[in-house]
Design a protein around this ligand. Structure first.
Ligand SMILES: Cc1cc2nc3c(=O)[nH]c(=O)nc-3n(C[C@H](O)[C@H](O)[C@H](O)COP(=O)(O)OP(=O)(O)OC[C@H]3O[C@@H](n4cnc5c(N)ncnc54)[C@H](O)[C@@H]3O)c2cc1C
Length: 432
C-alpha cells in the first residue's frame, strides 16, 4: 500500500529526502509543508540566508539524484582554502586539498525545488506558507495553519520533522516517554553581510576561490565568500552578551565599527549595505542533542531538527544531507519496514550526531590565544601524518572538511584537544 508521507520543512534535508523517497518506486506519496513562501517566486530575504560550504559528505548525498550535483555546481563557487587576514595587513593561507563547494543556503533549496518539478503532482505536493502547529502522534494527525490563519488537519503514515533547529515536531517528542533533549545556544550570534562586487579602484583585492576571514581578540569574526555573480556574502559572528554589533543604532556606527576593526571590509561596504546591516536581525544559533530521533514506526527527525550544530564547524547541512542517505540505506536494508528502519536510524546516527555537536562546540577555538596553538597543531598534524600516516591522523580540519570519516571517530582522535578548548570556552562563558 502507498504510504502517505508528510515532511515538515522545505529546507535542504526535507527536500533531498523527498527526492530519495520518490526514487523508491511508487511506495510513497509525499506532501511537504513549509511555513515560508516559495523561494522560486518570492525573492528571498537576505536576513534569513548565508553561504554554506559543502564537502564530500553533503556532495555525495546530492550526487545520487540525477542532475542535482550539476545543478548545485552551476550556482556554486569552489573554494580552495581560507585566507586569515591579520590586523597588520598580513595574511595567512590555509589550503584545502579538496575544494569546498559553497553557495547560499536558499539557493541550494531552490536547486532542490526546481528538480522536484520533474515529478508527477500525484506523488509530490509542496505547500508553502503552511506551518505545522500541532501533532497528535497517537492518532497520526497534524494541524497546519495557512497565512490566512485558517487551520486544517491531515493524517499521515510517516511524519518527517525536517523543520530545523527550532523544530515543532521535536517539541512534540518532549511529551513522549523516555525522550531527552538538550538545547543550548552557542555563545556567538550572527548577522549576514553582503558586499557588492569589489570596485577595481578600491585598492582592496580579495582573491577569488578562497574564503576570507578576519578575527578580533574578543572573538568577533567576519567570514566573506565570493558569490557566483562576484558579489560577496558572509556572516559576522560575535559574542551574544558582550558585543556592540547588536546595539548599533545608526549607519555611522556600523561604518565606524568596520573602519576601526575590519578596514578592508569597510572599504567594500557602501552606505546602503551599512544601513541594511543595521536593520538585519541578530540571529542566534541553537545546538541540539536528542536521545532518539524516531517515535514508533511513524515519526522521524532529520537534519537540524535532530542535531542542530554550531555554524563554526560548517557541517550542519552536510550532516543533514548525510541523514537522508542513511535513511535511504536503512529502507533498502529493511525493505521499507518503517518500524525497524526508523529505530535503526537512531541506533546508527546518535553517536555521530552527538559527536558532531561536541566538535561544533569545541573543535575550533573562539579566542585568539588558543587559535594560534590551533594553527600550530594543524601544521604539525599535517607533517606528522605525511611522514607516519599509520600513527598520526590527519589534522582535525582535514578530517572534518575533506574526508567522510565519521564524526565520532574524529572526536575520539582529538579528545585531548577538544577538552582543552572546552575548558577555555567554559572559562570564557563564565566571564561573560
Ligand atoms: C551562519 C550559518 C552558517 C552555516 N554554514 C554552514 C556550512 O558552511 N556548511 C554546512 O554544512 N552547514 C552550515 N550551516 C548549517 C546549515 O544551514 C543547516 O544545518 C541546514 O540548513 C539544515 O538543513 P535542514 O533542512 O535540516 O533545516 P533548515 O535549513 O533549518 O530548514 C528547515 C525548514 O523548515 C521550515 N520550518 C520550520 N518550522 C516549520 C513549521 N512549524 N512548519 C513548516 N515549516 C517549518 C523552515 O522555514 C525551513 O525552511 C550554517 C548555519 C548558519 C546559521
Amino acid at each position: 500500500m502507498v504510504k502517505k508521507v508528510a515532511i515538515i520543512g522545505a529546507g535542504p534535508s526535507g527536500l533531498l529526502l523527498a527526492h530519495y523517497l520518490l526514487r523508491r518506486g511508487d511506495k510513497y506519496q509525499i506532501d511537504i509543508y513549509e511555513r515560508r513562501s516559495d523561494p522560486r517566486i518570492i525573492s528571498f530575504s537576505k536576513s534569513r540566508t548565508y553561504p554554506i560550504s559543502l564537502n564530500e559528505r553533503g556532495m555525495s548525498a546530492l550526487r545520487k539524484i540525477e542532475g542535482l550535483e550539476e545543478a548545485v555546481k552551476a550556482i556554486s563557487v569552489s573554494m580552495r582554502g581560507t585566507i586569515f587576514h591579520q590586523k597588520n595587513g598580513k595574511t595567512r593561507f590555509t589550503p584545502r586539498k579538496k575544494p569546498l563547494t559553497t553557495l547560499d543556503r536558499t539557493k541550494l533549496a531552490i536547486a532542490l525545488l526546481k528538480l522536484t518539478e520533474n515529478y508527477d503532482k500525484s506523488r509530490l505536493n509542496i505547500h508553502f506558507n503552511c506551518q505545522c502547529t500541532s501533532i497528535d502522534f497517537a492518532a497520526k494527525k497534524l494541524k497546519l495553519q495557512l497565512e490566512t490563519q485558517e487551520d486544517f488537519t491531515i493524517d499521515y503514515d510517516l511524519l518527517i520533522g525536517a523543520d530545523g533547529g527550532r523544530s515543532v515536531v521535536r517539541e512534540h517528542f518532549l511529551a513522549t516517554e523516555d525522550f531527552e533533549c538538550q538545547q543550548k545556544y552557542v555563545p556567538n550570534d550572527y548577522k549576514s553581510i553582503f558586499l557588492p562586487r569589489p570596485d577595481e579602484n578600491s585598492g582592496i583585492h580579495l582573491e577569488k576561490g578562497k574564503i576570507h576571514s578576519w578575527m578580533l581578540k574578543d572573538g568577533t569574526f567576519v567570514v566573506l565568500l565570493h558569490q557566483r555573480d562576484e558579489t560577496m556574502g558572509g556572516v559576522v559572528l560575535f559574542l551574544h552578551n558582550k558585543n556592540q554589533i547588536a546595539s548599533f543604532s545608526t549607519t555611522e556606527e556600523v561604518l565606524q565599527f568596520f573602519q576601526k576593526n575590519f578596514p578592508e571590509v569597510a572599504q567594500l561596504m557602501p552606505k546602503e549595505e551599512a544601513e541594511a546591516f543595521l536593520n538585519r536581525p541578530v540571529s542566534r544559533i541553537l545546538t541540539v542533542r536528542c536521545s532518539r530521533y524516531h517515535q514508533d514506526a511513524s515519526v522521524l527527525l532529520i537534519g537540524d531538527a535532530a542535531h542542530a550544530v554550531s555554524s563554526s564547524i560548517g557541517q550542519g547541512c552536510n550532516a543533514a544531507l548525510e541523514d537522508v542517505v542513511l535513511l535511504d540505506n536503512l529502507l533498502n536494508e529493511y525493505s521499507d519496514d518503517l518500524a525497524v528502519a526508523l529505530e535503526q536510524f537512531t541506533v546508527r546516527r546518535k553517536q555521530d550526531a552527538h559527536a558532531l555537536v561536541e566538535l561544533g562546540d569545541n573543535a575550533f577555538p573562539s579566542t585568539t590565544g588558543l587559535f594560534i596553538e590551533f594553527v600550530l597543531r594543524e601544521s604539525l598534524a599535517n607533517i606528522l601524518h605525511q611522514i607516519f600516516p599509520k600513527h598520526f591522523p590527519p589534522s582535525i580540519s582535514e578530517l572534518v572538511f575533506e574526508t567522510t570519516v565519521p564524526y565520532s571517530e574524529i572526536l575520539n582522535s582529538y579528545k585531548g584537544w577538544i577538552s582543552k578548548v572546552k575548558k577555555s570556552n567554559e572559562k570564557l562563558s563564565a566571564n561573560l
